[in-house]
Write a protein of this length. Sequence first.
Length: 122
Amino acid sequence: MTARLDKWLWAVRLFKTRALAAAAIRTGAVEIGGNPAKPSREVHAGETVTVRQGVVLRTLQVVGVPVSRVGAKLVPLYCTDLTPAAEFEKGREQRLGQFLPRAPGLGRPTKRDRRLLDRLFE
């Protein structure tokens, strides 16, 4: 059984809506087997899908194709998450970077300050 890539990403709960999934695919954030894909591309069992979600690069292997959106507990029946733990750590670091303390009275960080903080967490 096959399904459109945007439908599959929505069905396995990587995106909240199918429109968001299609938009991410069009921007190049989704690849299948290392090649850019289109929203209407058919997904087959055994293929590897990589999805960039913010700073995290998720790698998933297609196990099956659900008929419609599935509950969170059933997602492992349709895909295997091959994402290394280091990728999830990047996401945690980015969230922590938003809460770094600043000295009182300095106001908002400047563009230069932001770039320095970004370099710190790369």
